[in-house]
Design a protein around this ligand. Sequence first.
Ligand code: DC
Length: 225
Amino acid sequence: MRINIAIDGPSAAGKSTIAKELCKKLGYVHLDTGAMYRCTALKALRKGLAMDDEAGVCRMLEDTVIELTPDGKVFLDGEDVSKAIREDDVSMRASDVSKLQNVRRDLVKRQQEMARAKGFIMDGRDIGTVVLTDAEVKIYMTASARARAMRRYLQNVENGIETSDVETLEAEIKARDEQDMNREFSPLRKADDAIEIDTSDLTIEEVTERIYEIARPFLEAEEAK
Ligand code: DC
């Protein structure tokens, strides 16, 4: 038997990087829910829809297929958009579109279906509070805005994604935090039963190890079943 692990936290806190590392260690599958909001924003942008056109965006989603592959690629209606959804302007648009209640309803339903079989590490903003309230392990990952901007900058450079400078990225990250934490529906917040980890001064290995240790008793209990 397997468990599910929920990782929430603000933008660029390292959630996806850590989730991928942990997946390698556990043989689990990573589900990056932010990629689904990014796909929604990208398709809406391409269609010329306004990010607050809730009815239009929801209609668009009715015939939208979003696939997250186990090797980390993202397909939107069959097109590999893994890089396109990481562009800086898609980030803020994804945050805009994620404010819409019916968009969330649609994507949350997809996420819950995806994770039903267990054995997933899902990261986002509302995983512990809404999507997988029964996840065995819930982590709330934070880091200073400066540390997050620096990491995002290096990640963009490494992946060949056009990037703003660190100061601009930091301002964008703060604006997105503000919007994601203060929206009306499912705002980003730590679930009461989540364990908070500040990753500002920790390496990827240290954070991975820390979560592994938190998960270990649950993994062992499931193995014993
Ligand atoms: O994790 P990310 O930066 O790729 O997410 C992009 C945006 O999507 C983020 O600013 C808020 C939104 N989001 C959300 O509202 N709920 C999630 N579970 C994941 C992302």
